[in-house]
Design a protein around this ligand. Structure first.
Ligand code: ADP
Length: 534
């Protein structure tokens, strides 16, 4: 036997060195190099050696560590290796594989006379192969083969560990990317509700950056002004999450938080408990959603529903009241009373019809783009008729028309424009409860006309001027609350004007009246749009 003299001591030292390398978290390449060196030393020399690892998905072998092998030879060696390993897996012995082995040896160094292939196996799964060569043939003892086997086993364990670590690392990166880029707020807490992680979306909602929030209690970062059914602290004192399986028993809470710099935000949170191996609570995962828009939309919808029912009930009650009075058999009404009563009935029926038209138009708009019915429109005539109708209602306002002579006739949808005028004049009357002047006029340019409706009423603050054109929006002031409305009038006015290719806006200051103006092209065009119905 031509092994080194004190080789048993040497064997033990080599093994210890490998184990130490594995436990001191050296990277995989380092451990493989060490195993290779130890194995080469074990078989007695300075011969070449290699470790190839198997790709778990493709089954292909790639060389990961070499000793005394020329780098150029690697690609060819890899394909020979594939043959060798397939042969070993098919149960062929060295005798059968001699051809392949000889070709490999010749590739590495023709002087080599003997080689020792050691498959790396974990739980019956091949993970790679270790091969060492020497330049003289000699028998190898059972002991030495066992030591070599144990080096290979250690290499296999190191590969396995590295792959586990890689998987965990990949999972962690995936989770981090998911948390960092999630549009929802995400927070991970420990069992004592201390913040371990908080993503940028949640930092935006709370005003606490991740760095500032780490290690703080959840209740410092999320300060509730109202919350239902309760905050996490109270609910945990009440027994949540209780003994349960991993990820089960989620908890949903909803309410308003005070952001760090003052404003409030409506949010909904789902807390998910994560349990440790012993069943004890380890972490709490919180998913936070900003529901401010949703809440606002809900509020608007509620106001709308109560506004609509109110607006529908009032004219119906008046019509019913007057009709009932007029048809009383014990009364003998004079012509004047009769006419007055019928006028009220007519006005209220008009109001009802106008409201129903607005509702229908608004709901149609939800489903499809507005389609215009174009024709020549005499805007001055239209404005005069609408104003006259309002005048007859005896609202106590002083109506004026202010159009230049020879105002152009435009191409537009007359019924729609009447609705715009109706809605704007109706508002001018409603939001100037003290009376005053209401002026309707226009100017003409080369290819557009501008109309305006000016009142001397309560006016609109700058913060509401854009919003009043959105669906259901109503200014939340004392008069607004007393005045009936649905928040649809200006929304429709804008939709109609824009469908004509025009724009609408308002100039106003609180307490100083409001001037609504809209510009229309002289010739609106029917847009052809695939989504339009015929
Ligand atoms: P509605 O009048 O049914 O509430 P609108 O869409 O017509 O709905 O108007 C939206 C809101 O804009 C109104 O609730 C009111 O607060 C405000 N507004 C509209 N017109 C005027 C106006 N001429 N003066 C003051 N405020 C107005």
């Amino acid at each position: 036997m031509l092994l080194i003299p004190d080789y048993r001591v040497r064997q033990r030292d080599l093994l210890l060195e490998i184990i130490r390398a594995m436990t001191s978290r050296l990277d995989l390449a380092e451990v493989l190099r060490l195993v290779l060196k130890a194995s080469v030393t074990m078989v007695g020399g300075e011969g070449p050696g290699l470790v190839a690892l198997r790709n778990a998905d493709t089954g292909a072998y790639r060389i990961h560590a070499t000793l005394n092998i020329d780098g150029d030879r690697i690609p060819r060696l890899e394909s020979q290796l594939q043959e060798l390993v397939t042969g070993i897996q098919q149960g062929l012995d060295y005798h059968d594989l001699e051809g392949t082995l000889q070709r490999m040896t010749a590739e590495i160094d023709p002087r080599m006379r003997q080689l020792f292939p050691m498959p790396l196996v974990i739980a019956d799964e091949p993970v790679g192969i270790l091969i060492v060569f020497r330049d003289y043939p000699a028998a190898i003892t059972v002991d030495d083969r066992q030591i070599l086997r144990s080096f290979a086993d250690h290499a296999a364990i190191a590969v396995h560990n590295a792959r586990l670590y890689e998987n965990i690392d990949r999972e962690r990166q995936r989770l981090n990317a998911f948390v960092a880029h999630s549009a929802d707020g995400v927070m991970i807490l420990d069992a004592e509700r201390q913040v371990l992680q908080l993503n940028p979306a949640l930092a935006g909602m709370t005003g606490w950056s991740e760095a500032e929030s780490l290690g703080r209690q959840e209740e410092e970062v999320l300060v509730w002004s109202t919350v239902s059914p309760g905050n996490l602290h109270e609910l945990m004192d009440g027994g949540w999450p209780g003994p349960s399986q991993v990820g089960s028993n989620p908890l949903s809470v909803e309410g308003d938080i005070l952001r760090r710099y003052g404003q409030e935000l409506s949010i909904a949170i789902t807390y998910v408990p994560l349990h440790g191996e012993g069943g004890q609570l380890a972490n709490i995962f919180a998913n936070v959603r900003d529901i401010t828009h949703f809440r606002r939309a809900q509020e608007l919808q509620n106001t709308f529903v109560s506004g609509v029912s109110h607006e529908l009930k009032t004219p119906v009650a008046l019509i019913k009241g007057y009709a009932g009075t007029l048809r009383r058999e014990d009364a003998d009404w004079g012509m004047a009373e009769l006419r007055e009563g019928l006028e009220v009935i007519e006005d209220e029926a008009d109001r009802l019809a106008g409201l129903i038209d607005n509702l229908l138009e608004a709901s149609r708009l939800q489903a499809q783009k507005m389609q215009l019915d174009l024709g020549p429109v005499d805007l001055v005539g239209l404005a005069t008729r609408v104003v006259k109708r309002f005048q007859m209602q005896g609202t106590g306002h002083d109506f004026r028309l202010a159009f230049p002579e020879a105002f152009p006739v435009i191409v537009a949808d007359e019924a729609r424009l009447r609705r715009v005028m109706d809605n704007l004049l109706g508002n001018a009357v409603k939001y100037a409860p003290e009376g005053g002047q209401i002026e309707v006029g226009g100017q003409a340019a080369v290819d557009a006309v501008t109309l305006f409706v000016r009142d001397e009423g309560i006016g609109i603050g700058p913060e509401d001027q854009e919003q009043i054109f959105t669906r259901f929006y109503r200014v939340n002031d004392a008069l607004g609350q007393r005045t009936q409305g649905t928040g649809l009038g200006l929304y429709l006015a804008r939709a109609i004007v824009e469908a004509h290719g025009g724009t609408i806006g308002v100039d106003s200051r609180p307490g100083k009246g409001a001037t609504f103006h809209f510009t229309l092209p002289r010739e609106a065009r029917v847009t052809t749009d695939a989504t339009q119905e015929p």
